[in-house]
Design a binder for this molecule. Structure first.
Ligand code: CUK
Ligand code: CUA
Length: 635
């Protein structure tokens, strides 16, 4: 896949040569659009806009137009970038361990990490980040992300930008595709179990792949309970939802149900499987379901691909090993990306309605066009002018094409639906345009998330950064305007108009995030906002203190070797951006306490002696002096 010879031969131009030409054309174009440019202010203006006139340089002190939410892949986190500047604004630890914020260490984060974070050692693999919807557009409540590695789904509160709930999805292995219901609002998050396993996976049927299955899970967005699961044929890859709240559609590979690569590559066709939410909900309400092993989650049977599906499902044959699945913002089509086929399959959602109403017999008839785009189509995104943009991995290109023209061409009209092919650097995976997964796409910016950066940045050793390229799609021609190195491996991102995100500036004292810690203090007779006290309860010691820059409420506390110590800190500063940290030397303990927050950590004090704690977030001219001693008496 990193061999460019093949595609160079195909296009007949050397990639580097073509790149050079594109870059030169873009600069010349900028000059033309801005008129005659001579030095000073005008030269400056030239660097800030391009031929489409869209401003891409964000000046110092200016704010971006979009929040970009990026998955962090095997870093296990979610990142916030400003778009179009591509400046990284924040990282949200999710499945990973983070020593700046104390994620995975504080009691508050451990409660959220739940069942067995220690087993996983802070490892996770986030591929997809999606925000909650009301009426088909972002409502600023939650972000959701998947853990492909450990079969988990996490929710992030968008007011505080912290993970607030993580669940392990039962009965399946490896959550990959993840999307939220778009209409009337996000009641469900749909999680694709990717790999097939015996049901139940308890040691029986190990060597009997005919009895391996996977499922789609519907998670209640508020309670984070798995409401129901649908058994399917094949392996679920990516999914998306419609704009009427009726369906979730997934690409589905390995229809042969093989366990080795050659077996998986057998059949010519796999499927896009549509799940009918109402049919499943009715069956579950009527008690018409099974359960698996000890798990109480209702499971309905959506298998039966060879007959087109069950009453819950519709299996639409598409070329084998499809990958991305993307609903058009007008709500009319699901588009399945071919990966091994140079085509995408356009599925008309009205025909899906017909199928479930018994008016369409053959699911194949729901595919109304299969336009050919290039080698290795993976994902598709959209603007507000009827164009689609598909990432083609093997060709390392973004292919802009017109949906209406592709439909005309499928009817035999002589029309070229391809608008432009733009080289990207290199081997693009996901692709995303601003607001493209809502009914309000705006056709301004597109990000190409490239898996390889090769020669685009200063070399930094054998491990290379990835390259998220920013492309202006506001005009007739796509313009590459920025190369953005990223630490591996963001798979996907969304770009959300900034007015739909309303983050808090300081914590509220009654935030549920630390409510359990507040309840513990209350039981100890402590008022967190003012008390600086040590409470001993057998060999359990709770140390309560406040912080006000540049002071810890306690400059020392004394305990005994072997005590189980809980340190609870409440930051009484209420000035925006005034964080403190509690860093305890030689104990591996460090966490953040943002303004008006309470945070705590529990550890066993097994080292006698004097141990200094210090503030680890710069807060004051006397920040270095903000410290205290933990005095540990030998047992
Ligand atoms: S997947 Cu990685 S490029 Cu996990 Cu959304 Cu397509
Ligand atoms: Cu408090 Cu630094």
């Amino acid at each position: 896949m990193s061999d460019h010879k093949e595609d160079d031969n195909k296009t007949g131009i050397s990639r580097r040569g073509f790149l050079g030409a594109t870059a030169a054309a873009s600069v010349a174009g900028a000059g033309l659009a801005a008129g005659v440019l001579v030095g000073g202010k005008e030269a400056e203006a030239r660097t800030k806009t391009n031929a489409n006139g869209l401003k891409f340089h964000v000046d110092p002190g200016e704010l971006d137009d979009y929040y970009g939410f990026w998955s962090g892949g095997h870093s296990g986190e979610v990142r916030i970038l400003g778009v179009p500047s591509m400046r990284e604004l924040m990282r949200i630890p999710v499945f990973n361990r983070d020593s700046a914020t104390g994620w995975g260490q504080t009691n508050e984060s451990k409660r959220i990490l739940g069942d067995n974070p220690q087993d996983y050692m802070g490892a996770g693999d986030t591929h997809h980040v999606h925000a909650s919807y009301t009426n088909g557009t972002y409502d600023g409540r939650y972000l959701f992300t998947n853990d492909k590695l450990n079969t988990r789904v996490a929710r992030i509160r968008m007011d505080i930008m912290k993970t607030d709930k993580i669940i392990t999805v039962p009965n399946v292995t490896s959550i990959h595709g993840l999307r939220l219901q778009k209409y009337p609002k996000s009641n469900y998050a749909f999680a694709n179990g990717e790999m097939v396993i015996p049901q139940p996976n308890d040691g029986r049927d190990l060597e009997n792949p005919e009895n391996y299955w996977t499922m789609l899970s519907a998670i209640d967005v508020e309670s984070m309970e798995v409401k129901w699961q649908v058994l399917v044929d094949g392996n679920l890859d990516n999914n998306d939802t419609d704009y009427q709240g009726k369906y979730v559609c997934s690409t589905c590979y390995n229809s042969a149900r093989g366990v080795t690569l050659p077996e998986m590559m057998g059949p010519e066709r796999d499927w896009a499987v549509v799940i009918n939410l109402k049919a499943v909900e009715e069956a579950v309400a009527a008690g018409d379901f099974t359960t698996i092993g000890d798990c109480k989650v209702p499971v309905v049977d959506g298998r039966g691909a060879e007959q087109g599906g069950s009453k819950f499902t519709m299996y639409i044959p598409v070329p084998r090993s499809p990958h991305g699945l993307n609903t058009t913002p007008d709500g009319k089509y699901f588009i399945a990306n071919g990966k091994l086929s140079p085509t995408v399959s356009i599925i008309e959602i009205a025909k899906v309605d017909d199928y479930f109403a018994g008016k369409l017999k053959d699911p194949r008839d729901a595919v109304i066009a299969e336009p050919e785009l290039g080698l290795g189509p993976l994902h598709t995104t959209y603007d507000n002018r009827g164009n689609a943009y598909t990432s083609v991995f093997l060709d390392s290109q973004v292919v802009k094409w017109n949906i209406a023209d592709a439909l005309r061409a499928a009817k035999g009209e002589k029309v070229n639906y391809i608008r432009q092919k733009l080289d990207v650097h290199y081997q693009i995976g996901h692709i995303k345009a601003t607001m493209a997964e809502t009914k309000e796409p705006d056709g301004k910016w597109l990000v190409a998330l490239c898996k390889f950066s090769k020669d685009r940045f200063l070399p930094v050793g054998p491990l290379h950064a990835e390259n998220d390229q920013l492309i202006d799609i506001s005009g007739d021609e796509m313009k590459l305007v920025h190369d953005g190195p990223t630490f591996p491996e963001p798979h996907d991102c969304i770009m959300v108009r900034r007015d739909s995100v309303r983050p808090a500036r300081v914590w509220k004292r009654d935030d549920p995030y630390f409510a359990e810690t507040v309840a513990m203090a209350k039981a100890d007779g402590i008022t967190l906002e003012q008390d600086n006290k040590v409470i001993r309860d057998g060999n359990q010691v709770r140390v309560y203190m406040t912080t006000i820059a540049p002071n810890f409420g306690l400059t020392d506390f004394k305990i005994k070797q072997g005590d189980e110590v809980t340190v609870v800190i409440t930051n009484m500063d209420s000035i925006e951006d005034l964080h403190h940290g509690f860093a305890l030397t030689n104990h591996g303990i460090n966490f953040e306490i943002a303004p008006q927050a309470t945070a705590s950590v529990t550890f066993t004090a097994n080292k006698p002696g004097v141990h200094w704690y210090y503030c680890s977030w710069f807060c004051h001219a006397l920040h270095m002096e903000m410290s205290g001693r933990m005095l540990v008496e030998a047992a």
